[in-house]
Design a binder for this molecule. Structure first.
Ligand SMILES: Cc1ncc(COP(=O)(O)O)c(C=O)c1O
Length: 475
């Protein structure tokens, strides 16, 4: 009789209203300058926490956990089954067809893009057409692979479709891949993937979508049997979708990965090794050298069940409600400058990722005040998207050069950037009210004045405020 079958499945109806209570750490109290306060997390675009049902599923899986694929014992067989069943669940979630495509588990989106960049047979003069909106993870791997060209932006910070078409035409057959983000981690803009896929394919070019930001917020279908609108390659990360246990996903056609050598070699991905030769095994193992993160993969499958159980309509409705509410309130603080689309009426067409500055206050100082005085976690800086942030902040080339010099001399005190808040499924309007109250105080100068800047790091900390993290979590 099987024991401890957990109950989180796509059939179990979950409700968004339950999530604040199901969040692990929902009631965590952290130290501030004014004593302990309940923590508010508005940094979900970076990583999301997890929910009790997902953690419970993992605890029930851990009693079966064993090494996958090579063991002969029952636990190893069950773990191998769970690992492969999770792959099927991931494939179904994004509409992949495992007959012709492969789902490869990686560490994160960054590793997935690097893996693909290694695999594609570019030559030095081949062009990878990417955009000015990208996260560094969808920029730097391509610089090693070939010549990178960038599609420019419109005045509002969206990607210029005209420039995309012009560049596709101008570079012609030299363009070997279009690499574009599904949604911005700075402004929350969602890109028109049908348009970019169609035009790429019309030009005879494959498209990679960096879906690290999009997958947790919108349904995605890679449409493998649609030559016009398919997404040829897709990457995303478990830690941004409530499965913070170290798994990323790379999806692509088998043909890409069947030829040639994988990036990483070692155990688990060979059929035979002699002292002279190694014969790679079949996909997907060929691309997953070493012992995989089975627990992380199972967690991702369980997180997917949670998304399916909640339903996209409810997810989008909740996040759009929070975004519209926050934009409306932020606009009422006169000193706040918002970037991107600031219209609350458009909240359902974008992600709940909002970047802003308060007057000329350093972004890092605003983030520090929110943390040390309000117990509110946000992010400040360029969010690993420096070219995009410089562009939306309208940093001139001259200013950028001067700043580069300063930063390279290890002084980040004037590093450009913004403050970013990003919502998760469990956030509430009450939490936004807390943020607005703090930002209003900051705008009116009502905050502690004793912050010290660490120039090298570009970070602010209050004077005489020491925390022993070991008091909160022992290691
Ligand atoms: C749009 C985008 N792409 C890629 C990444 C990189 O993801 P990871 O850190 O999981 O590799 C991020 C992370 O924030 C992102 O926002």
């Amino acid at each position: 009789m099987p024991l401890h079958i957990d109950t989180l499945s796509r059939k179990n109806k979950m409700s968004i209203a339950d999530l604040p209570n199901l969040l692990i750490g929902a009631d965590t109290v952290v130290p501030t300058l004014y004593g302990p306060k309940r923590y508010v997390n508005f940094d979900n675009a970076a990583s999301t926490p997890t929910f009790q049902p997902i953690a419970d599923s993992l605890v029930s899986f851990l009693r079966w956990y064993s090494n996958v694929h090579r063991g002969t014992g029952f636990k190893s067989q069950l773990s191998s089954w769970a690992f492969e069943r999770s792959r099927d669940i991931v494939a179904e979630f994004i509409g992949a067809d495992l007959e012709q495509q492969v789902v490869i588990f990686t560490k994160n989106s960054t590793e997935a893009i690097n893996k693909l960049a290694y695999r594609l047979p570019f030559e030095n003069s081949d062009i990878i057409l990417t955009t000015l909106m990208e996260h560094h993870s969808n920029e730097l791997p391509w610089r090693r692979a070939g010549k990178v060209e960038h599609v420019g932006l419109n005045d509002d910070g969206t990607i210029s479709k005209d420039d995309f078409l012009a560049k596709l035409k101008a570079f012609g057959s030299r363009v070997k891949l279009v690499a574009i983000t599904g949604a911005s981690n700075v402004t929350g803009y969602i890109n028109d993937l049908d348009f970019f896929a169609l035009e790429s394919h019309r030009a005879g070019v494959k498209i990679l979508v960096d879906a690290a930001q999009l997958v947790p917020h919108r349904s995605i279908d890679v449409k493998p049997h649609d030559p016009q609108y398919c997404i040829d390659y897709l990457v995303f990360s478990g830690h941004k979708m409530y499965a913070p246990f170290g798994v990323g996903v790379l999806v692509g056609d088998k043909e890409t990965f069947e030829q040639g050598d994988p990036e990483t070699v070692g155990g688990g991905m060979v059929d035979m090794v002699t002292l002279e030769e190694a014969y790679w095994t079949d996909l997907p193992e060929k691309e997953e050298a070493g012992t995989p993160d089975t627990v992380g993969v199972v967690a991702l499958a369980k997180a997917i069940h949670m998304f399916e159980s909640l339903g996209w309509e409810a997810i989008i409705g909740h996040e759009a409600g929070l975004t519209a509410y926050a934009l409306k309130k932020l606009k009422q603080i006169p000193a706040v400058t918002l970037y991107g689309d600031t219209d609350p009426a458009n909240a359902a067409q974008r992600l709940g990722v909002i970047s802003f500055n308060i007057r000329d206050l350093p972004h890092a100082l605003v983030a520090a005040i929110l943390s040390y005085e309000g117990a509110i976690g946000v992010r400040a800086g360029c969010f690993c998207a420096q070219p995009y942030v410089k562009s939306i902040l309208q940093v001139s080339d001259e200013e950028a050069k001067a700043l580069e010099k300063q930063i390279l001399s290890r002084d980040r005190s004037n590093a450009p950037g913004a403050v970013r808040i990003s919502f998760g499924l469990y956030n509430t309007k009450d939490e936004i009210d807390r943020l607005i109250e703090m930002l209003t105080k900051i705008a009116f100068g009502d905050y502690n004045r004793d912050y010290v800047l660490n120039k090298e790091k570009g970070e602010y900390t209050p004077k005489e405020f020491e925390v022993d993290f070991g008091e909160y979590f022992r290691l």
